[in-house]
Design a protein around this ligand. Structure first.
Ligand code: GTP
Ligand code: MG
Length: 173
């Protein structure tokens, strides 16, 4: 098998979910290319990026899938989740409605994926402290209730982006 010959033994599919404009695409571009786009357009359909991460001296390939938060732009849901072993469920700390949607995203996730998958609740845009609408404690306690990892991130200033993805990848591995 070609992949095994190259020593790439691990390929993990990770999905990004959450309301539109919470910053899913920018978290991915920050993680995979160290890029941020202030004027990024809403995602249409599905995009993915493959990123090699070194865990305990082994190369792990993470294939991270990103789709539209907006229903009308979404691709076939079952195909999006198929084979996923990790998920980042993202809200925007400056927009309460995106936090209120998390339960719905978790429901969708659990209808398509095994609950043993590695799941992290991500409160993105933590650089927007001055207009914060969801406290760190609320994020933490929801994560505890639902058995998720939790982290606040900023795709804008890079806070915890690498760490969030790596914790999920490490948990899968
Ligand atoms: P959909 O593709 O519609 O589901 O949206 P998305 O979740 O992919 O959001 P996207 O990454 O396109 O970001 C939406 C907007 O938020 C853009 O204007 C980004 O520049 C901005 N944004 C993303 N991450 C951050 C962040 O960490 N901080 C701040 N201040 N803005 C951010
Ligand atoms: Mg997007």
């Amino acid at each position: 098998h070609e992949e095994e010959e190259r020593g790439e033994e691990y390929l993990f599919k990770i999905v990004l979910i959450g309301d539109s404009a919470v910053g899913k695409s920018n978290l991915l571009s920050r993680f995979a290319r160290n890029e941020f786009d202030n004027n990024s357009k809403a995602t249409i359909g599905v995009e993915f990026q493959t990123q090699v991460v070194e865990i305990d001296g082994k190369e792990v390939k993470a294939q991270i899938w990103d789709t539209a938060g907006q229903e009308r732009f979404r691709a076939v849901t079952s195909a999006y989740y198929r084979g996923a072993v990790g998920a980042l469920i993202v809200y925007d700390i400056s927009r309460r409605s995106s936090f209120d949607s998390i339960k719905r995203w978790l429901d969708e996730l659990s209808t398509h994926c095994d609950t043993t998958m590695a799941r992290m609740l991500v409160g993105n845009k933590c650089d927007l402290e001055n207009i914060r609408d969801v406290s760190v404690e609320e994020g933490k306690s929801l994560a505890e209730e639902e058995g998720l990892f939790f982290m606040e991130t900023s795709a804008l200033d890079s806070t915890n982006v690498q760490t969030a993805f790596e914790i999920v990848i490490r948990e899968i591995y």
